[in-house]
Design a protein around this ligand. Structure first.
Ligand SMILES: [Zn+2]
Length: 141
């Protein structure tokens, strides 16, 4: 199968791929995309574990109201607010991860959501959920 594919397209392959990469910049190969996809799936799995863990501990606190009484009311409220804030951030992060996974599915991953330019892969390596290039990210903030 591989043999017949090669013999039919002998004059095309490598050079065509390379020039496409050079002028578009954001044409990532499948291996790169797959690496980001796996990183995103890993991030999502970790967040879900944390979410489950905090949900369980949240339930325990409610059941143990009597013991929470030993904390001052302020401490309890502050703790609750921090937990809510953490949960909220986690939700946002999960949404961003889902968005990035969807962009991979629709072959838009690595392109700026606003202007369509390629997002710097060095930035994507740090945060694969990025959906905007540096310029557009600065404009919106
Ligand atoms: Zn942009």
């Amino acid at each position: 199968m591989a043999g017949s594919y090669c013999s039919r397209k002998t004059h095309l392959p490598q050079s065509a791929q390379r020039s496409q990469r050079n002028n578009a910049g954001h044409m990532m190969d499948d291996t790169e995309i797959e690496r980001y996809r796996l990183a995103l799936l890993q991030m999502r799995a970790e967040l879900r574990v944390l979410e489950d863990a905090s949900r369980e501990s949240g339930e325990t606190v409610e059941l143990d109201q009597a013991r929470v009484g030993r904390l001052s009311r302020m401490d309890a409220l502050q703790g609750q607010q921090m937990a809510l804030e953490t949960a909220r951030r986690r939700q946002l992060q999960l949404i961003k991860i889902e968005g990035a996974l969807q962009r991979i599915e629709s072959n838009e991953f690595g392109e700026c959501f606003v202007c369509g330019e390629a997002i710097d892969t060095r930035r994507l390596n740090i945060d694969p959920t990025l959906s905007r290039c540096t310029d557009c990210a600065e404009k919106s903030s």
